[in-house]
Design a protein. Sequence first.
Length: 567
Amino acid sequence: MANAHFLAFNHLHLHLQISSPLVSKRVIKRFWNCDIEYSTNYQRPGFLNMKLQANGASIPTSINTADSQHNKTPHVLTVAGSDSGAGAGIQADLKACAARRVYCSTVITAVTAQNTLGVQGVNIVPEEFVAQQLNSVLSDMHVDVVKTGMLPSLSVVKVLCQSLRKFPVKALVVDPVMISTSGDILAGPSVLAGFREELLPMADIVTPNIKEASVLLGDVPMNSVSDMRAAAKLIHDLGPRSVLVKGGDLPNSSDAIDIFFDGENFYELRSRRVNTRNTHGTGCTMASCIAAELAKGSSMLSAVKIAKRFVETALDYSKDLAIGNGVQGPFDHFLALKNINQSSCRSDRFKPNDLFLYAVTDSRMNRKWGRSIAEAVKAAVEGGATIVQLREKDAETKDFVDAAKVCLKICHSYGVPLLINDRIDVALACDADGVHVGQSDMPVHLARSLLGPEKIIGVSCKTPEQAQQAWVDGADYIGSGGVYPTNTKENNRTIGLGGLKEVCKASKLPVVAIGGIGLSNARAVMEIGVPSLKGVAVVSTLFDRECISTETRNLHAVISEAALLTQ
Ligand SMILES: Nc1ncnc2c1ncn2[C@@H]1O[C@H](COP(=O)(O)OP(=O)(O)O)[C@@H](O)[C@H]1O
Ligand SMILES: Cc1ncc(COP(=O)(O)O)c(N)n1
Ligand SMILES: [Mg+2]
């Protein structure tokens, strides 16, 4: 708030009221002969919306405090201890911030030897070195929000408060970590004075669990939601702008209930209690997630609600993870670990030769011959298809996802990748191996950011320019055609063998030829003699036939012979 320089009115009583979702307190400062009353906060990062009142007039004002260089990446600094088991502490904070898409820097206050059984050792970082880390980060990087976790000594608390006075930030989230859930002491009673007298009055929110709330208030009993409410009010009296008393460890409670108090109103935040042993690090994650949302510009209440929903979702997803042998395991912030199950995963990523005999399904043909998608796919892989693409233009989404899951199992049992045509959402929902997109479907670079680095992305290209672009955009292969006229795709320009050859020559990616290819012309296609051409893709040649597996075997024989001859 060094921005009061625009106040040129001398000898006036100025009343500045800045609309404030975060800060309810008003800070009064004296500049020259003016009394300026204001409260700070931002609705959007970098903007202060305020009302300036002078001599009965009221002027709404918005000050842009952003300095353009600094306003781009939301940034949380966590000041906390390291947990070698990586469920709590600095490691949880980094994961929570990354999952909430906020940059996180780290000042380490202690290194703990810790696992799912408990804390085996603590090594405190000397306070001068904590100060040095704080100075390194805060003097160089623009930090939006500071979040504190394990502060192992009074001197570390003091060093932190000094740094915060020297480098003010937009919000301070204090998780008053004192005792781990395993019962181990992470900060001794000497720290309490530092919390009460110095740190809490600077905090925008403090987030004790029930044990910590009890300790902060001199060991008051904490057995019920009404005890939590009373504690929230008393802790608020210690100076923080808001308080969240977390009830994860409340005895005999079928729901997970937290009490949020902003100095005026109480909010009882309730979620179902997830039945799991994997709750190590919930408190650290909660505080980091609140900090991350504040850094992005949320109001405090909304940040707390998002954080609670995030923890609940992550616990539910991770309820069966088996990491460590102790009573309390870590959870998965990225909701991704349990799908990495070796049996359902293909051992290799994409290989160009997977394109050799590429089967593309067609729902009309399956209807005509009275078969399900899964039956058609099974017959094609039995006959030797080396990759399958589900191209279901008129399927209902739910039916498509269900069928894709079944097809994925079938394909994987043969070591064959399964791709989905066009529908990134369906590919994500069934965890298919990848997608094939056309020039007017989802752009390849966006498909890549949605699907991640390991999925296969193919794109249809008719020209050398499109082939070059596919490479730049991060595709894995291109499909080029129609080589011959076809009924499967309306208004599809035929590029002929000449066009295919041009594309193959220009392509740094492997190519599969498509369009009107069958037993009679597959050999001519394979014989164009450009090394990037790896195979042929077919629809009617396999699926508009009585016996799919026989047709697949026959086509396999033809292209194998052609491949041998062109080697
Ligand atoms: N089993 C659970 N199911 C759902 N939410 C939980 C569970 N355990 C804890 N939480 C939530 O996780 C957050 C952290 O709370 P808590 O575990 O009490 O803190 P701490 O980890 O500091 O002891 C709170 O929002 C709490 O309600
Ligand atoms: C380094 C460190 N920081 C914080 C906690 C608290 O986490 P929890 O309350 O889930 O045990 C911890 N166990 N270790
Ligand atoms: Mg916990």
